[in-house]
Ligand binder design. Structure first.
Ligand SMILES: CC(=O)N[C@H]1[C@@H](OP(=O)(O)OP(=O)(O)OC[C@H]2O[C@@H](n3ccc(=O)[nH]c3=O)[C@H](O)[C@@H]2O)O[C@H](CO)[C@@H](O)[C@@H]1O[C@H](C)C(=O)N[C@@H](C)C(=O)N[C@H](CCC(=O)O)C(=O)O
Ligand SMILES: Nc1ncnc2c1ncn2[C@@H]1O[C@H](COP(=O)(O)OP(=O)(O)OP(=O)(O)O)[C@@H](O)[C@H]1O
Length: 519
């Protein structure tokens, strides 16, 4: 049975006590002599998440100084606080007199990872650790790693945008890559549960914001790179450098890089750690090569060949050559960590890797000859291109595509998303996604303007995604495929500051039942 935890920060069930003196020394923290023997058992940077005995870390953020919540943290049972000098003054001025305070000279976030590792005992791990970065497909690769570890007889744990997972225990994800205090708490819980391999999705934002500090990955991977997050990075080079930073000795021992495109080739050249390369296209020189041998809507068969005769014949039960690529990358990462392909092969029936990823190309219908309906998390031009190219190769009937775009995020990708969506589909329905503070009709118009430039699909505009789902179903015939990109596993719509409950997967299920297409 699966159990779900909603706690912000997961912690070990049997924590150890660490004295403030032991924490102060390696990080040169200021500490009153009287407080040296005070002990803590956990770490959090959120006052609303404090548990008895925690070290509360008051971080200066974009909106608040966390030290402003020192009284609330103390009331919830924090044993001590770590903050900067401004935070200490803020807390003392607010009358927080009793709480022991460790003071750091620099930004507390810069030492948070190493310090959390010390508190949780995760500074060295027996489990193999795998980190995945890139623009599209990180979550998918992380799931492939976990599923392949299981096939190899090893107990997996994972952290992704969709969820964090330890065996059957599911922990809700807020960020793609958790804050480092949360990550080390999660790792400590995994150690208690006997996890032998951990796959972690690493966003560019996480690398720059110290969220993976204190983890020294056995193997990291870079899968692909295309436009996203320019609202934060401004240009592609800055975004690229943020991801390249993972390939450094302070973060990882070795890497695997997909070198199909120029960005991957640059990672292979500029990496500061040893890497092996994977090519999925003919004529590209690399250590490993992937060849697709057969594909239908129901799956992709492939052969992976590597150095010294390494060889794997496999299959993923989902359409799209990119899913075979994700699986191949995961296989090579395990191989690089010393887990032989033969050990994986022995645990699989006919090489079938049971890839099931929440909200990624998730089929809501149940196969068969009627129209098929998939919900997906793709929200970049690159993901649209990969999915629609793949569908174009295997779909027998019409491709009906529906999507909307994020408000308050990279607006420059919208025209491309519209154009690629219309070029690759027969029918395109533009609806709302998370408009946030932007006028939704303005977002739809930008998408439609891109779509018109492709001069291909029949275009529809239907703001309400619930109505758009029903429109898509009404236009579909047996053999057609409906692909709803964007919401994936999510269970809300963000509109003008409000989080409105909305699960695309549940809504599609309901609409298919109404239409008599699902039992
Ligand atoms: C821009 C950014 O990175 N913001 C992060 C930052 O928020 P902030 O600086 O605004 O924090 P703040 O509200 O000023 O609060 C300061 C401190 O006070 C604490 N606080 C605040 C209120 C309170 O009542 N009690 C309390 O303790 C906060 O926990 C925080 O430690 O610190 C917060 C606490 O950890 C994060 O949740 C928040 O991520 C926001 C939600 C975010 O949108 N992050 C994005 C940019 C992100 O990281 N995305 C990537 C990539 C996703 C992808 O690939 O698509 C990801 O890894 O998720
Ligand atoms: N290797 C790939 N190349 C291109 N597109 C892919 C690849 N793998 C998956 N995708 C597409 O990208 C979408 C997002 O996949 P996934 O959630 O695995 O990526 P992600 O990198 O974790 O995304 P995010 O950073 O937003 O969490 C998928 O739903 C699919 O449409």
């Amino acid at each position: 049975m699966t159990s779900t935890t909603g706690d912000l920060t997961i912690r070990p069930q049997h924590p150890k006590k660490v004295t403030l003196a032991k924490l102060a020394e390696p990080f040169s923290l200021e500490l009153a002599a009287d407080d040296a023997g005070v002990t803590v058992t956990g770490v959090t940077i959120d006052s609303r998440d404090v548990q008895l005995g925690d070290l509360y870390v008051g971080i200066p953020g974009a909106k608040h100084h966390g030290a402003a919540f020192a009284a609330a943290a103390a009331a919830s049972g924090a044993a001590a606080m770590l903050t900067d000098a401004a935070g200490r003054d803020l807390a003392r001025a607010a009358g927080v007199a009793e709480l022991p305070i460790l003071v750091s000279e620099g930004h507390p976030r810069a030492i948070l990872g190493e310090l959390s590792a010390l508190v949780y005992g995760t500074d060295t791990l027996a489990a193999k650790t795998f980190g995945v970065t890139g623009t599209n497909g990180k979550t998918s690769v992380v799931y492939c790693i976990a599923q392949i570890l299981e096939a190899a007889g090893l107990r997996p744990g994972l952290s992704s945008t969709a969820e964090r997972r330890i065996g059957d225990e599911v922990i809700v994800s807020n960020l793609t890559s958790p804050e480092s205090s949360e990550l080390h708490g999660l790792l400590a819980r995994m150690v208690e549960r006997g996890v032998e391999g951990v796959a972690i999705e690493v966003s560019a934002q996480a690398i720059g914001r110290h969220r993976i500090d204190g983890v020294h990955f056995d193997v990291v991977a870079f899968n692909n790179f295309s436009q996203d997050h320019l609202e934060e990075y401004g240009d592609m080079e800055t975004y690229f450098q943020a991801k390249l930073a993972l390939f450094a000795p302070e973060h990882a021992h070795r890497g695997v890089v997909v070198v199909d495109g120029p960005w991957g080739q640059r990672v292979a050249r500029e990496s500061q750690i040893p890497v092996v390369t994977l090519a999925t296209e003919y004529g590209q020189s690399a250590d490993w090569h992937l060849a697709i041998t057969a594909q239908t809507l129901d799956g992709v068969s492939f052969v992976l060949q590597g150095p010294e005769g390494a060889h794997f014949r496999g299959r993923v039960p989902v359409f799209g050559r990119f899913m075979a690529e994700n699986a191949a990358l995961a296989l090579i990462m395990l191989h690089e960590a010393g887990i032989p392909l033969a050990q994986v092969e022995a645990g699989l029936a006919n090489g079938l890797i049971p890839v099931h990823i929440p909200g990624r190309l998730e089929e809501i219908t149940e196969g068969g000859n009627g129209p098929r309906f998939y919900v997906d998390y793709g929200h970049t031009p690159g993901a649209f291109e990969a999915m629609l190219d793949a569908l174009g190769e295997v779909a027998e009937g019409k491709i009906i595509f529906m999507f909307g775009a994020d408000g308050d995020r990279d607006t420059t990708k919208r025209e491309d998303m519209g154009r690629i969506a219309a070029a690759g589909s027969d029918v395109l329905i533009v609806c709302d996604y998370h408009p946030r503070s932007e006028p939704p009709e303005q977002i739809r118009e930008q998408l439609l303007s891109g779509a018109r430039s492709a001069n291909h699909a029949t275009l529809y505009e239907e703001a309400d995604p619930r109505a758009a789902i029903r429109l898509a179903i009404s236009l579909a015939e047996p053999g057609d495929v409906i692909l709803y990109a964007g919401p994936g596993h999510e269970d809300y719509q963000e509109v003008a500051g409000a989080f409105i409950p909305y699960s695309a997967r549940d809504e599609v299920r309901g609409a298919l039942r109404e239409a008599g297409l699902l039992a």
